[in-house]
Design a binder for this molecule. Structure first.
Ligand SMILES: Nc1ncnc2c1ncn2[C@@H]1O[C@H](COP(=O)(O)OP(=O)(O)OP(=O)(O)O)[C@@H](O)[C@H]1O
Ligand SMILES: O=P(O)(O)OC[C@H]1O[C@H](OP(=O)(O)OP(=O)(O)O)[C@H](O)[C@@H]1O
Ligand SMILES: [Mg+2]
Length: 279
């Protein structure tokens, strides 16, 4: 039975749980539940703090897990990143009072507050900068105002938290992070099925099916606008010289592609959702 670690709380928890449900796995009914056996799918879920997941997987206690790339690197664990999961994107940045810091070397000898001392320490060391790290559990943006640090290094999503704290981003990007699937050193046989299912969920989330009718003579131009994942499906219509075309298109580009196809001469353009996929 494949043993899978899932975030029980925090930013990654809801989407990770939803993706597994969409992939056909059992879901917990009670948010306090820490362990769930899904015998039908031959997997077992452990709901853990996202920060601890790399430690469990890296030690081999669990086979695979969902966590953030930043948390994985911060942990220093031996867990291996398999693939990004296309959610939970963030950047990891330095920030300080407006105008006070401009580049990385300005951090030499100053106090930097962070909840990710492993990640930040490695980054500073790799760039030959020696700063004093102040380890905090969260809300690190307050550390400057409260005088326990001169600068911070933290997760930035919209940047709203930094702005409210009167801090400006400076220096290089420490890390582009995203939710990732990780595994232990020993690859387990059930992993391939889990990966295919999660890939199917991502395809269903990111793509739609587009059907349209078109004069055959315009097919090359239409294919240049929307080429599909592999190649468009083209079927004959009763009307001579016209064909019906079906392609997968990225959901976020749906309307641009519809506009371009319509202008080209396509008609009866219909878009439908994909519920599941194996490509
Ligand atoms: N807006 C965001 N705020 C915090 N973490 C985010 C955000 N967007 C993505 N993440 C990612 O979520 C992971 C952090 O999750 P975690 O559950 O530890 O923190 P959290 O969402 O801040 O929860 P809490 O601080 O309440 O425990 C990291 O991988 C981080 O990059
Ligand atoms: O750029 P933003 O969109 O503002 O998001 C980033 C903020 O969100 C997270 O904080 P969280 O609410 O998790 O609190 P915490 O710092 O106590 O973990 C993170 O630590 C940043 O502070
Ligand atoms: Mg947080």
């Amino acid at each position: 039975m494949l043993r899978i670690a899932i975030p029980n709380k925090g930013s990654l928890s809801e989407t990770a749980t939803l993706m597994l449900a969409e992939a056909g796995y059992a879901t917990r009914r009670d948010p306090k539940e820490l362990h769930l056996v899904d015998a039908e799918n031959d997997v077992e879920f452990f709901f853990l703090r996202p920060r601890d997941i790399a430690t469990y997987v890296g030690s081999g206690a669990l086979d695979v897990g969902v966590t953030g790339r930043d948390l994985l690197l911060d942990s220093g664990s031996d867990a291996i990143e398999i693939e990004p999961l296309n959610f939970g994107d963030s950047t990891f940045r330095f920030a300080g009072p407006a105008g006070k810091f401009h580049e990385l070397s300005d951090l030499e000898g100053v106090r930097v507050a962070t909840s990710y001392p492993g990640l930040v320490g490695d980054f500073l060391a790799a760039h030959g900068v020696s700063a004093h790290l102040v380890k905090l559990d969260g809300a690190v943006e307050s550390a400057v105002q409260l005088g326990v640090a001169d600068a911070v290094a933290d997760v930035v999503s919209t940047g709203a938290t930094l702005r409210k704290a009167g801090l400006d981003i400076f220096g290089p990007v420490i890390l582009e992070s995203t939710a990732v699937l990780i595994r232990s050193e020993q690859e387990q046989p059930g992993l391939a099925t889990l990966r295919r299912r999660l890939e199917g969920v991502q395809v269903a989330r990111q793509y739609v099916l587009m059907d349209y009718d078109l004069p055959l003579s315009l097919l090359d131009e239409a294919t240049a606008i929307a080429g599909g994942r592999q190649s468009p499906t083209v079927s004959p219509l009763r009307e001579p010289e016209w064909v019906a075309v079906r392609v997968m298109v990225p959901k976020r580009r749906t309307n641009q592609i519809m506009d371009a196809l319509y202008e080209l001469g396509a008609r009866a353009i219909l878009v439908s959702a994909i519920h599941a996929a194996r490509l």
